[in-house]
Design a protein. Structure first.
Length: 140
C-alpha cells in the first residue's frame, strides 16, 4: 500500500534540494550534469561531419569553438534567467558554464570548419579531408 506524502514534507524536500543546489554551485540539479548539457547530435556523411548543439538562451558571442588534432571543443556560458532566481518547486532549466569536447577524426580539413547559430541551435560543419573520403573503385 502506498501513502501520499504530506505536502509540507514535499515543500521541505524541495527547499532542501534548492539550498544544496546553491551551496554546491548548482551541481545537484535533477539528472543534468556537466556531461549532458548542452544536448548534442553528431552526424557523419561521406563529405563531412556535422555537430548540432541545442543552446537556447545562449548568445553566440558567449560560445567558443576550437579544433585540435581530431578533437573539437565547444564551450560557453548560459546566463541565469531572472525567473530562475526565484524560489521554485521544480528546476530543469540549466545555466552556467559548459564545455564539451568531441573526438571526430584526424582527417578533418581545419580550413573548412564552419559554424552557424540560428534560433538557439549551433551547427558546426567540418569537411573531411580528401584522403578520408571513401573512394569508388572502378572494375576494369
Amino acid at each position: 500500500m502506498y501513502r501520499v506524502m504530506n505536502r509540507s514534507l514535499f515543500n521541505e524536500l524541495f527547499r532542501l534540494r534548492n539550498e544544496m543546489n546553491e551551496a554546491f554551485g548548482n551541481h545537484c540539479v535533477s539528472h543534468y550534469n556537466k556531461y549532458s548539457y548542452p544536448y548534442t547530435n553528431i552526424y557523419s556523411s561521406e563529405e563531412n561531419y556535422k555537430i548540432v548543439m541545442l543552446l537556447p538562451g545562449v548568445e553566440p558571442e558567449k560560445v567558443n569553438i576550437s579544433y585540435q588534432k581530431g578533437s573539437i571543443t565547444i564551450s560557453g556560458e548560459k546566463p541565469i534567467d531572472v525567473l530562475d532566481k526565484k524560489d521554485y518547486i521544480r528546476k530543469e532549466r540549466v545555466y552556467g558554464t559548459f564545455s564539451r569536447t568531441y573526438t571526430v577524426s584526424n582527417s578533418i580539413d581545419p580550413n573548412t570548419i564552419n559554424a552557424e547559430y540560428k534560433e538557439g541551435i549551433l551547427t558546426i560543419t567540418m569537411n573531411k579531408a580528401e584522403e578520408a573520403k571513401p573512394k569508388k573503385i572502378n572494375i576494369n
